[in-house]
Design a protein around this ligand. Sequence first.
Ligand code: FRU
Length: 493
Amino acid sequence: MIIYKEEKHRTIIEATEAELNELKNKSINDPWKPNYHIHPEFGLLNDPNGLAYYKGKYRLFHQWYPFGVTHGMKHWAQLESEDLVNWKRVGVALTPTETYESHGAYSGTAIEIDGKLYLYYTGNIKFGKEERSANQCLAIMDEDGKIEKYGNNPLILGVPEGYTGHVRDPKVFKKDNNYYMILGAQRLDETGTFIMYKSIDGLEWTFLGELSFENFDNNFGYMWECPDYINIDGKDVLIFSPQGIEPVENKYHNIFNVVYVIGKFDVENLKFIVESYDEFDAGFDFYAPQSFKGKMNQPLLFAWAGMGEFKAPTDDNLWANCLTFPRELSIKGDKLYQVPAKELELLRDNEVSNSGIANERIEILSDNNCYELDLTIDSLEANKFGIEFLVSEEEKLTLTFNKDNKSVILDRSNMVHQYAEEYGNVRETTIKSFDKVNVKALVDNSIIEIFINNGEKAFTSRIFPLENSKGVEIFTNSEIKYSYSRYSLKKGI
Ligand code: FRU
């Protein structure tokens, strides 16, 4: 067999200390490095992996390519935290050194089995630029946090008949004393789907077949990545990242998009009975999310605040991408709500609050770009109002509430450094009520996450402001009543 390798298929153990120090030094002072969002020290981050609260600590891993900003040989980088907001870098958890993972340790999830944390992942194999296969693999973390690859890897060798080499991203969960694995897959006709396996011990797996859907037209996309499943208040929620779906009105305008479906997961019959579904995030940069239960059993979720492969101004310093801040999920009616995890309060510093009635611009004192803004606007007479972030003479990022056409618009077209602009720089969504609007915004140097009306809608966006673009202003076309608190946020990583 011909062993196919490109320059980017190098592991970190092949690097010299001097090379790694050079990479570290190049990215260390980049002004766009976030303060409290998880990001790589250097190199490229993508999906969050293996999330868990295990033995008194939050365990988080992410896809990582150390040697630059391309999607090269993926490792699992590891971080841990006791409180979900102060993170320590642990190092590399999985280095793809084995034949069964010759071209990367791809995404996967964690589940506690018999007191150990089982980390399931995909061993990516390439035979050429386009030809590939995939093996499903396991690594086990013990009580002391030591991680070892399972001796009998791979658990699942290759892909089942009827699918291309694009089979990956195992999500493992337990139901009625059985373990189930859902995998993203591509059929031979190049359409996307999920396939499932079953196991009684988490080690030996039997192929079950494809997951089917009821009340949901699942005939879209050329590949479905990163299946995620969680039960929230008795409802089953499936979250996934299909590639190649077409925009529908104001939704799904990114190169890749994330969908959630709420309903009932009938695993016995390999069927998901859908009650409702929607786009997960209305913004620009949100992909490959993964949920898990936190210390208090609360449903939490991290996502990669990015997707695909776009040129960013941080490329010059050889680091790329970050994760979202952890979100707490809930279900209200038939919708999924998402708000920043309440542990965010631990990072708060320096509060500035104000309230009043106004019919013109209000400036909010802001001297840095690492803050949380919690703002409520009672629209009174106004039918068009909003907030400008990252304001300077040269640029701004605008969030507009337009009562008449029931739209909420995030516009990053006035930013000097554009990002993924070929997919448009305006995103639009709608909310149930425009009368009293609450906006919670997390700004962190090169990322903004905006939550509207207690999590009814969220917009995630990368932004690369100029050094002096720190202003925040409320604008309106008529009288509004407003109140806000702005907190500077302390460093969390
Ligand atoms: C999603 C994804 C996964 C894959 C990983 C590789 O962003 O393409 O499907 O496992 O990234 O880094």
